[in-house]
Design a protein around this ligand. Structure first.
Ligand code: P6P
Length: 335
């Protein structure tokens, strides 16, 4: 079977965008470069002084791990050097960056990312991931990027993707024309097409939720998890609970096998834990392109009009029929 590298694939698919000048293609390639740099470090994490905390916290008050900060810098440097964006928003930085050079002011895109999601798993060698979301800027070409370039609903995304640093390293992305996965071939240092036109099964037998939070969740969510645990009449066995504690890893498994991931709101945190702009939105774009659904329990994730770069949202995402079942039970709790 002939090898198709990420760069070759991006260039081939550029024809999906009749007016594309190649900027988005170059931006996606820059992300691929940063991912290889991060992957190299993640694979060596246990051998270098790269584990553990930096001694600082991000805007969420979460302890910044050395690898978090490394990944953030790798992405910012690769993307800034590429010159394809006028601004960057990142989980690791309180405010967005607006790049003031002539090249960057003329760029068409902004990007938001979570440089290393699941960082609490870094020290215990569990899969972690990078998640990114790309918008066309709203401000005029030549101006500095402003906050409105970033605070766009997910439906406006032009591209989104994630990298999972697991038993193998994969980059999965969409530009609104389906979802394609690329596996890093270390011997040639290239991401190679391995999962073309990914589709999530409409049904699955896997639910991913932190059951420690369940009693604080709404009755509809609790009822759904209880339902999953009932013995299934046809197969004679209940669903399986699989929760890695790393969103990208749980999402990726469910994308391939079918399943649902839930991080709902709770009484103490009605907006849940996950961030809209660089976690929920990009994965929602991917899952919908793959035939699945993503909701906050009341509305489609990609319809949410953001008010803040780091705002949180409840997230229920995965196989269409499983998400539909949760929504039925949530709707019934208000009757
Ligand atoms: P909890 C990691 O911190 C993360 O953002 C997701 O990757 C993961 O699914 C979730 O939080 C785990 O959160 O509260 O269950 O430990």
């Amino acid at each position: 079977m002939s090898i198709v590298t990420l760069s070759e694939f991006i260039m081939e698919r550029q024809a999906d965008f009749p007016y594309a000048s190649g900027d988005l293609s170059r931006l996606l390639a820059d992300i691929g470069i940063a991912s290889k740099i991060i992957n190299h470090k993640v694979n060596k994490a246990g051998l270098q002084d790269i584990l553990g905390a930096v001694g600082t916290t991000n805007i969420q008050g979460e302890t910044q791990m050395k690898l978090d900060v490394f990944a953030d810098n790798a992405l910012i440097n690769a993307i800034k050097w590429g010159g394809q964006v006028c601004g960057i928003g990142s989980e690791e930085n309180d405010r967005y960056f607006a790049f003031d050079s002539e090249v960057h002011r003329k760029s068409k895109y902004v990007i938001l990312f979570d440089p290393l999601d699941g960082s609490s798993n870094i020290d215990v060698n569990v899969s972690i991931g990078t998640i990114f979301s790309i918008f066309r800027r709203k401000s005029s070409i030549g101006d500095l990027a402003n906050v409105n370039d970033f605070l766009q609903s997910g439906a406006e995304q032009v591209a989104a993707g994630y990298v999972i640093y697991g038993s193998s390293t994969m980059l999965v992305y969409t530009t609104g024309h389906g979802v394609n996965g690329f596996t890093l071939e270390p011997s040639i240092g290239e991401f190679c097409l391995s999962h073309e036109n990914m589709q999530i099964p409409a049904d699955g037998k896997i639910f991913s939720v932190n059951e420690g939070n369940l009693y604080a969740c709404s009755s509809g969510v609790r009822e759904y998890i209880d339902w999953c645990k009932q013995t299934d009449k046809k197969s004679g066995r209940p669903y399986s609970g699989r929760y890695i504690g790393s969103l990208v890893a749980d999402f990726h498994r469910n994308l391939i096998k079918g399943g649902i991931y839930l991080y709902p709101g709770t009484k103490s945190s009605p907006q849940g834990k996950l961030r809209l702009m660089y976690e929920a939105n990009p994965l929602a774009f991917i899952v919908e392109q793959a035939g699945g659904s993503a909701t906050d329990g009341q509305q489609r994730i990609m319809d949410i009009k953001p008010k803040d770069l780091h705002q949180r949202t409840p997230l229920i995402i995965g196989s269409k029929n499983m998400v539909g079942k949760v929504l039925e039970l949530i709707a019934a709790e208000n009757i």
